[in-house]
Design a protein around this ligand. Sequence first.
Ligand SMILES: [Zn+2]
Length: 280
Amino acid sequence: MQNAMTVDVEDYFQVSAFESYIKKSDWDVCEHRVEQNTRKILKIFAEHNIKATFFTLGWVAERYPELIKSIVAEGHELACHGYEHIRVTEQTPEQFRLDIRKSKSILENISGTSVIGYRAASYSINKQNLWAHEILEEEGFRYSSSIYPVKHDLYGIPDAPRFCYKPLQNKNFIEVPITTLPFLNKNLPCGGGGFFRFYPYFFSKLAIDRINSAEQKAAIFYFHPWEIDPNQPKQSGLSFKTQFRHYLNLTRMEARLKKLIHDFEWNTMENVFLDAQNPD
Ligand SMILES: [Zn+2]
């Protein structure tokens, strides 16, 4: 069973939880670490001979075009994470359309490949903005991985389908929700990010094992370049919750990630979900 390995290519100061602390206009004067961290990830993937999908911000691609070319040259899938990490919940349908059109064309012009996958900033497709799927399809995307079927203070549709589905009638477009595990009438998030750093490794392994064997489904894992960078500049003044979520176990992440890569089979979103599987 192949699972999908995904990376959301953004820098540590671009996460939604830092929005009220770092202005977008200051991004260019922050110390940039996304290129070196993403290159470190490329090296880890090459050493373990796996291919992954890189959901990348247009903002990052414009500043680091060589990085984008390396991602594609090494056989990975390049996909879109919007231009500058604005959540879909903050956009009108027209603003959303312009954002995905702009970021898709930046990525395609630099890489010379077509970009068919999209992930919303902070999994911000929810019940109020399901129009986003239609616009994605109209703008030439073939899949989205933007819904987390969990209850969370910042995102999620707790009762969304847990696995790959077609949100639009008579269209081949698919939504591939992030992996969860049902537990006591709730879905536990187990697709990566902060949860992967929070749970002991054996729990994450058990969850993916269960999804692969008992449910016979592929899992999706996601993480960010800044999560393998314990030396990133520390932001002051954060709320306790934001500080805890962002900095927890950063020193353990790289070793844990390597275990995960070793323990399961991994491939790109496109290879796992568009070619191998027909959604119900
Ligand atoms: Zn993001």
